[in-house]
Design a binder for this molecule. Structure first.
Ligand SMILES: Cc1cc2nc3c(=O)[nH]c(=O)nc-3n(C[C@H](O)[C@H](O)[C@H](O)COP(=O)(O)O)c2cc1C
Length: 148
């Protein structure tokens, strides 16, 4: 089974922490979409899109990456960290439109946030993602793989 996670984590590296926990435990390849813009994904059985949430959206580089590189008929999943810990994966729907992707699940947890006025109060969700979040993310990935 060949698996890859496309990741953008530009604020505090919160999402990258989650992705690295999965990558290290399960030996998954990771690509940073803020650096790499093109990759042939046709050989992969499972493709994850992981991002911090910025103004209720996945990072623009992830959106572009999916638009330009996601082949048709792939199994995908989402990982995100945000201040609100909400499922923002709908913000990817335009980018995967017409690709017949099958989404196997979405993982979300809180991520340390110092955006705008939150900086003045020392930020929110300090220390997140924490060890519990990383363990939950690994369990999420394990469950996704079991669905294949
Ligand atoms: C410019 C900016 C906009 C943000 N917008 C939102 C938002 O709309 N909703 C939310 O819940 N969190 C928002 N956040 C908080 C981030 O999603 C959160 O800190 C996340 O963990 C950052 O992930 P990263 O360190 O992987 O980039 C925003 C942060 C920044 C810097």
């Amino acid at each position: 089974m060949k698996s890859i996670i496309i990741c953008a984590s530009t604020h505090h590296g919160n999402t990258r922490k989650v992705v690295d926990a999965i990558a290290e435990k399960f030996g998954v390849e990771v690509v940073d979409s803020t650096v790499v813009t093109a990759k042939d994904l046709s050989d992969y059985d499972l493709i994850g899109f992981a991002s911090g949430i910025y103004a209720a959206n996945f990072h623009p580089s992830i959106q572009r990456f999916a638009e330009n590189n996601l082949p048709k008929d792939k199994k995908i999943f989402y990982i995100m960290t945000s201040a609100m810990d909400k499922d923002f994966s709908k913000s990817m729907s335009g980018s995967i439109a017409g690709k017949n992707a099958e989404c196997l699940g979405a993982f979300s947890c809180k991520g340390y946030n110092t955006f705008g006025p939150f900086k003045l109060v020392g930020g929110t969700a300090k220390g997140r993602p924490n060890e519990e979040d990383l363990a939950a993310a690994c369990k999420f990935y394990e469950d996704i793989v079991a669905k294949l």
